[in-house]
Design a protein around this ligand. Structure first.
Ligand SMILES: [Ca+2]
Ligand SMILES: [Ca+2]
Length: 157
């Protein structure tokens, strides 16, 4: 009986160690290539989205390769294709110089929609959304109310 108890204890420990992405109140985190991703079900401003990601120990997603963009795009396609999601790119500091908010690095890989970024009609568009329909990017005003994607490295417990 005592041995059985120890087995159960070890089994529970294994289950805890196996879950390496955070639990979330609203949706599951998905794991891909060493990172955890969270796709929000509610919509907020860019700053509130950034704060929400930080609250879970992450950041608004930086997208560093076509493979990563394709994976996210495929994942988003399981949702309503008219939705738009904030990602972590911004030119808030210097107009036209887009960087990833979490690292401050200039964008290397990009997937702008044709004609974007366009700072439409001179109105400040300093944050970036991904469109679900095709995974392409567009600069938008940071006070637009959109869904968002958080990211953080998988933790090895
Ligand atoms: Ca801008
Ligand atoms: Ca735009």
């Amino acid at each position: 009986m005592k041995n059985c108890f120890i087995c159960l204890l070890l089994l529970s420990l294994c289950i805890i160690v196996a879950s390496r992405c955070p639990d979330s109140q609203f949706d599951d985190w998905k794991e891909y290539s060493g990172y955890c991703y969270f796709f929000s079900e509610r919509s907020t401003s860019w700053q509130a989205a950034k704060d929400t990601c930080a609250g879970d120990g992450g950041y608004l997603a930086d997208i560093l390769s076509k493979e990563e963009n394709d994976w996210i795009s495929r994942r988003l396609n399981t949702y309503n294709d008219e939705l738009h999601y904030y990602i972590g790119a911004t030119d808030r500091q210097h107009e036209g110089d887009f960087v990833w908010e979490n690292s401050g690095d200039a964008l290397q890989y990009t997937n702008w929609r044709e004609g974007e970024p366009n700072q439409w009609e001179g109105y400040p568009e300093n944050c970036v959304e991904m469109k679900v329909e095709d995974g392409q990017w567009n600069d938008v005003p940071c006070d637009d109310i959109l869904r968002f994607i958080c990211k953080l490295p998988v933790t090895r417990k």
